[in-house]
Write a protein that binds this ligand. Sequence first.
Ligand code: PXL
Length: 298
Amino acid sequence: MRHFRDVGTARADVVIDCGVPPAPPVALTIAGSDPSGGAGLQADLKTFHRFGAFGLAVPTLVTVQNTCGLRESHSLGPKLVLAQLECVQEDIPAAAAKTGAFGEAGTVEAVADWVKDREIPLVVDPVIISTHGQRLASESAVDAIRERLLPVCRLVTPNLAEAAALSGTAVDSLRGMGRAAERIGRLGAPNVLVKGGHLDAEPIDLLWADGEVLTYSAVRVDTAGTHGTGCTYSAAITALLALGEALPDAIATAKRFVTEAIRTAPRLGRGNRPLNHHARAPGSSLKTLGASEDGRHA
Ligand code: PXL
């Protein structure tokens, strides 16, 4: 019999009593998988974790992609998505949830039906086109988002192209964003955040909150790393809702976090790089663990 050398520090006669462990706020993402880690449910989980929420993740579709391109996308279908949702929720209820890429209309409808009778605030990131230009929602899935999901969500977060698709109007200015937001709001979403990251001018976001309009401005960061920005932004809002923040404040903090995550994006991959999910939202009480002051790893 060989001798093993124990290099641990535990004493066999000591049993640690954990007492009653704290229950963290729980956030759920229902989204596509991006194996390169920058977007989709992977970005969502990292962001939930960064804000101190425990993350649950139900995949809707699986992509084959890296920072240079998306090669394949395979939908899991409504039955499998619903089975996962029911299974996880009966055990660990979420305080807030978000959706990302859906792929097909049936999955949108299943999620809309599932969320309809629940109290969970739902943030809808209406993903239509991937970073690399491929469709992640069929035409009928976009119709289903408009008709079935908007009426049951707390917030929808379209970029300019998504706002145009949902509202049926061209959106290329702050005024156009306001018009589109109002139209999307009249379709049933109580809060509409149109993101101006693709505007030619400064990247202002516009929140239409049941008729009230707020804007969120930020500086533009000159970078090649923007993959997963929408996922990260909506995930940060969802985590903050799970933590009990009011929506307008949650958006402001999430916007600062995303700007900082873009500014400190890591040098990873040869294409459109991911954000820094270790970033610290300026002005928030979040501490950066294992990273230097600006959120970069030493
Ligand atoms: O950023 C939108 C998005 C969402 N979900 C998945 C993606 C992307 C962008 O490429 O791949 C899975």
